[in-house]
Design a protein around this ligand. Sequence first.
Ligand code: GFB
Length: 323
Amino acid sequence: MSLEIAEVHRYELAGKRVWVAGHRGMVGSAIMRRLKAISCDVLTAERDETDLTRQDAVATWLRDNRPDAVFLAAARVGGIHANNTLPARFLYENLMIEANVLHAAHEAGVEKLLFLGSSCIYPRGVEQPMHESSLLTGPLEPTNQWYAVAKIAGVKMCQAYRREYGCDFISVMPTNLYGPGDNFDPEFGHVPAALLRRFHEAKERGDTEVVVWGTGTPRREFMHVDDLADGCIFLMCRYSGEEPVNVGIGEDVTISEFAAMIAQIVGYEGQIVFDRTRPDGVPRKLLDVSRMEALGWTSKIALGDGLRRYYQWFQENRDALRF
Ligand code: GFB
């Protein structure tokens, strides 16, 4: 379906049965919060009852619960170290979840499904900002190729099920995210959570030095997860097309600048040192968000505001966080 046709597409979530797969994760829980503004019937599946890596469990859950719409936010995710050291888990679990949920959604007659991909699906050396059309035009970043291959398979499954069965399955490619429900593990989390915690604890202890991985020169685009959730609801209701849609804020910063912003928000005044034995990953990741803007949606949470909200949430929920 062309973007021109997609622009007039309308899908109402009100009155529908809506399954948020992965509702306890950072993205899934943000979608749950955003859905409170819509009078729909939100469905969830608990991990200990329905293992999404098991085909029979997923098919049974969909047959029994019959959702009209699905947000597929369930995934194994993690930062650069997790991606680099757990390749089998990232590839296997993500492939299984996608294959099981997408196929069972087709069999159960789901009306609309939104699949969450990632900006790391685009090739490492690709022109910046990264347009959706650069998918599969070059080699992937080695540190997260396993996750990227799984997410590319998910995008392709959505396209294949559209073509062969006429399923209204769409794909969204979010940029790097931060927000409530983030993983604050210092080794396995993404850079926003790792640095927020590290700077906060350094300030509490009165440390004079905080270590940031890599050279500090890579550029990343960071988006508050509530902003993404709003974009996902928008796309669910307004977009129907085969092409994935990038969602980002349209601006990036160096890791060094990002660390300085977090230090300032936390109130840490010591030194920042770079551990060059740690990987940098891809040199730059900035999404071209022109397709999303042409559809009529733009990001609403600027980086500074989003990080202040993030730190406030972290302080309010610090005791309940598992680390
Ligand atoms: O967020 P992050 O782990 O993932 O790291 P990617 C981003 C950058 O931050 C890298 C630097 O250049 C890291 O070297 N960095 C600095 C740190 N200090 C730290 C730290 O304490 N922890 C972490 N984690 N990084 C991910 C992919 O890539 O992007 C995922 O691995 C996913 O698959 C995600 O797609 C969006 O941006 O490099």
